[in-house]
Design a protein around this ligand. Sequence first.
Ligand code: BG6
Length: 478
Amino acid sequence: IPVEPFDLVIFGGTGDLARRKILPGLFRRFRAGQMPEGSRIIGAARGNLETSAYRDLVRGGIQEFGGSESSDGDSLAAFLDSLQYVSIDATGEGGWQSLAGLVRPDVIKAFYFSVAPSLFGALAERLHMHGIADPESRIVVEKPFGRDLDSARALNHTLAEHFREEQIYRIDHYLGKETVQNLMAVRFGNILFEPLWNNHYVDHIQITVAETVGVEGRGEYYDKSGAMRDMVQNHLMQLLCLIAMEPPAQFEAGAVRDEKLKVIRALRPVPAHHIVRGQYDADGDQPSYREEAGNPRSFTESFIAIRAEIANWRWSGVPFYLRTGKKLRARHSEIAVVFKDLPHSIFEGDQARHRNILSIRLQPNEGIDLTVTIKEPGPGGMRLVDVPLDMTFATALGEDGKDVPDAYERLIMDVIRGNQTLFMRGDEVEAAWAWTDPLIAGWERRNDVPKLYDPGSAGPDDSLMLLHREGRRWREIK
Ligand code: BG6
């Protein structure tokens, strides 16, 4: 869908996120012909840089993180021409007049706050004071959106002093992932699944986001957050909402977000024995979590598994097992809908034990597959096997499918289009914290020590037990 010409101001324009994700993403959209002529990107940060030096910095970022397309020198040069730089003092007055002079009144304006949340208020206020933002302007904010309900409320309040909810785009980059959107297409674009999508037919649902990386240079931030705040409150919660929500009346921001909110509000409190926290141990010369985080007494979890339940008619009695962790066996993210056993099998013994599983893979090899039971080919009698009906996007969509757009690319263009469907509304974020806060408070009160797990494993054994004791097992991380 084409967009109107725009001015995009990136506060924190020299930062890591801008260099790695935002600007390479914009470049790819530029190459795809989606950045209309006359659009401009303005990097704003504290440092004193000439625009030419800023362009060099961005070129470096795109060459490093932009994939194969960055070798197209002509496009890159044309893209860099659309970039400007302003040195700005977020909490003072320096630079604001220059920014006001650069931003045009008659185009769509978006302001990306790629800075610490403590600066949101100062930026919002100055954008107004200097008449840079107008009632149609959009602001984009990143996670972490608070660290608990109170701080999230305070942030919402600060932003609301200067912007209407319709102007605020809270990014959760998981919502920009191709498969995550495909989940909605599969659920609501086919008649096959929706009739089965409930506690009559679904045994349980697993959501796994496994990473192989550790906390590396982010120890200081991560040690204050842990997997719960860093991943569950936002990314896993969003996946849970999309899989569990009622069909919205339209594919439209308000309707979708209303349904997601209902799911979060229907989540039951989780008892302590349904939560397993882990921390990765050292492995040979690889440092342990505590060493990497620089905190030898840290009780922060780098892994968490939760058995969640949604108290409504559709899902009553269906466990939602969530797990995420760092330094696990593989980079493997998937949502698996495990259907119930057949009410009666006409096949005998082992032959009867087959289940349909719908697996939605976020990474790697984005795609969806449905495990179905068929007869093993050959003359050996009626032997049943489970085989996947596989729809790996790259294969299904041919060459184009291999070039799945990065989450940020899509989300930034949605900001320009004014489409909030894939962004979190303020009340959703608050409801998510309202669910996670008591769980965190619970383990803090108990002085819970995370279980150590070996890097390269599937997390602590207790996490396996969470399912074993109910006669289930996690899907393999591979
Ligand atoms: C971020 C978290 O939001 O998501 C990181 O802060 C995590 O800790 C990252 O590594 C995972 O994103 P992706 O897209 O690589 O799965």
